[in-house]
Write a protein that binds this ligand. Structure first.
Ligand code: AOF
Ligand code: ZN
Length: 339
């Protein structure tokens, strides 16, 4: 059982963890060190790949001598591997920590095993403290690491009658300015933005993150185009405003595996109906964000192509996570399958 001081420290560690970046190859992690009377002596959080892990940061922040017999409260199982930095479980052992309290276990097979290692060294370990909160914090990262492919958010815009372009192919703009600004926020929360060569050739999108005045954000997601067709030299994607990766394959599973190898953990798909249908049919969609404009077209292509569904009983059902008004449009957030 975790003491009330430990549970309170875990809440603090979760808040600290949330200060870390939502994007990038690593999870968000926080750590609080308590003395034998349950008082906080130090805190730390992970600030992104290559910087100290939360436990190492908390140990480094201790003023003066490291008191023996501390309790470490960490939102993620301490790692056991030497990656970009050293192993945290061993660092805690080295500091003479007596007890370790953990929220979520590490789903990364390369780093996991800290709980076992600490226990076999005689450290008391309590797991599952505020586990739901700890898991929620790194839900996308954990899904990606567990599946060996990035978390996929599929975003589209459509009219009320579900059309993503008019009969003549024009699609600028379906939604209003606020919804379009919101898409830039969404891009900024992903490691990569992906389209097929079809959309790249038809729409000539830049896929960068810009503010309402058109100024580019400091951190830009990787721009990814999938497909065998070549892009013209004058394409907006060649503007140098953000890195571009052209994966010359039609196999989306292989494309996502390549992105995973590059440590891309989250992808925002902004592709057209063909790419969307292929992704959906391959079971590669984790979340859907649809911007629906109160407008009608009556003709024109839908956001998604043929899913091979012949009757209403076979409809692909999603469950709603959120419905928000964004300016004069509606943003629906949903996930595949039952809640
Ligand atoms: C921890 N504490 O604060 C973090 C952990 O190669 P590295 O050094 O960047 O290590 C990344 C892996 O370490 C990451 O995939 C995850 O399993 C774990 N992250 N572990 O004990 C931390 N950020
Ligand atoms: Zn670590």
């Amino acid at each position: 059982m975790a003491s009330s001081a430990e549970t309170a420290a875990m809440r603090r560690a979760l808040d600290l963890a949330a200060l870390g970046p939502r994007t990038g190859p690593n999870p968000r992690v926080g750590c609080v060190l308590l003395d034998d009377r349950g008082r906080t002596v130090s805190e730390g959080h992970h600030r992104g790949a290559g910087t100290p892990h939360a436990e190492a940061a908390a140990l480094a922040a201790l003023a003066g001598d490291v008191p023996r017999g501390l309790t470490a409260v960490a939102t993620l199982e301490p790692c056991t591997h030497t990656g970009r930095t050293g192993p945290c479980a061993q660092a805690l052992l080295g500091a003479g920590v007596r007890r370790v309290v953990v929220a979520a276990l590490d789903p990364n097979p390369a780093a996991a095993g800290g709980v076992q290692l600490l226990r076999s060294a005689g450290v008391e370990v309590e797991t599952g403290v505020l586990a739901a909160e700890g898991e929620e914090l790194n839900e996308r990262w954990s899904t990606a690491v567990g599946r060996g492919r990035p978390w996929v958010t599929w975003k589209w815009a459509a009219t009320l009658d579900g059309r993503s372009a008019a009969a003549d192919g024009s699609s600028r703009w379906i939604t209003g300015e606020q919804a379009r600004t919101d898409v830039h926020r969404l891009r900024g929360e992903h490691d990569a933005v992906l389209v097929g060569t079809g959309t790249a050739l038809t729409d000539d999108p830049a896929l960068t993150v810009r503010d309402a005045q058109g100024r580019p954000a400091a951190r830009q997601p990787l721009r990814v185009v999938v497909g065998r067709r070549e892009l013209p030299a004058a394409a907006a994607l060649h503007d140098g405003a953000a890195p571009l990766l052209h994966l010359r394959t039609d196999d989306l599973t292989a494309a996502l595996a390549q992105l995973h190898d590059r440590e891309v953990r989250t992808v925002l798909v902004e592709g057209g109906p063909t790419l969307a249908a292929a992704l959906w049919r391959a079971g590669l969609v984790d979340e859907v964000v649809a911007y629906l404009a109160p407008a009608l077209l009556g003709a024109g292509p839908a956001a998604v192509g043929d899913l091979g569904i012949g009757s209403i009983d076979a409809a692909a059902r999603l469950h709603l996570r959120a419905v928000d008004r964004v300016g004069d449009d509606v943003r629906l957030t949903a996930r595949p399958g039952p809640p």
